[in-house]
Design a binder for this molecule. Structure first.
Ligand code: AP5
Length: 218
């Protein structure tokens, strides 16, 4: 199964990508996670990316395309993958199409997550992340059983540096301007499915499962 999750910041792409990857035993490739890892490791790429990420702007296409190309070449994605947060611009989508064509692994589906704007802001404002194992929580909707510490590894949870009101506003604007055109791009290729992602995590997973299950045996 080879799928892309598309949607505004905070719609729940990462949460569901983890579950879908585990359910179908495919790789989760998240450009946000890869970039945050580079920032944590203070690599040159990470230092460059951080300037864009903290402001809610997109990291240059060439940087993220290179990251994804490398990941897709790893054996971990041979059984399939879910791309979370990539592509985000039409040039990224074209570059992805080229890489997948070269390796004869076309996409099966692009799933667009739909959530009203006020719910997205609530989800992002209450998100807490584990800086060690990358688990994601929500103070209201998905609290850690250990309070301010991670359920999985015990590390103290943090709020992402781009989950400030100013950066959230910019990210939503950037989505409308640069990522929304991808909806038309993939619709014209007849790859697009929409999922109402405003319900509970379990309800959204069920909706996704119905859309994706037909591709699991391919
Ligand atoms: P990235 O990490 O991709 O951020 P994003 O797209 O803004 O998405 P989020 O991670 O904020 O949200 P999500 O949809 O994954 O929601 P989540 O599951 O966490 O990118 C960060 C930055 O990196 C970008 O701004 C950019 O600078 C750069 N970047 C990344 N990719 C790039 C690219 N391709 N090109 C250029 N730059 C790139 O859920 C959010 C919260 O809601 C959580 O607390 C969760 O617990 C909760 N929640 C989830 N589902 C539900 C539910 N159903 N009900 C209630 N709460 C829920």
């Amino acid at each position: 199964m080879r799928v892309v999750f598309l949607g505004a910041p905070g719609v729940g792409k990462g949460t569901q990508a983890d579950r879908i990857a585990a359910q179908f035993k495919i790789a989760k490739i998240s450009t946000g996670d890869l970039l945050r890892e580079a920032v944590r490791n203070q690599t040159e790429l990470g230092r460059e990316a951080k300037r864009y990420m903290d402001q809610g702007q997109l990291v240059p296409d060439a940087v993220v395309i290179g990251l994804v190309r490398d990941k897709l070449a790893e054996p971990g994605s041979a059984n399939g993958f879910v791309l979370d947060g990539f592509p985000r611009t039409v040039p990224q989508a074209e570059a992805l199409g080229k890489v997948l064509q070269e390796t004869q692994r076309p996409l099966h589906r692009v799933v667009k997550f739909e959530v009203p704007r006020q719910d997205v802001i609530r989800r992002l404002s209450g998100r807490r992340s584990c800086p060690k194992c990358q688990a994601t929580f929500h103070v209201e909707f998905a609290p850690s059983k250990k309070g301010d510490a991670c359920d999985r590894c015990g590390e103290t949870l943090i709020q992402r540096s781009d989950d400030t009101p100013e950066a959230i506003e910019t990210r939503l604007q950037v989505f409308e301007e640069q990522t929304a055109p991808l909806i038309r791009y993939y619709a014209s290729k007849r790859l697009l499915s929409e999922v109402n992602a405003s319900g509970s995590v379990d309800a959204v997973f069920e909706a996704l499962f119905s859309v994706l299950a037909p591709y699991s045996a391919i």
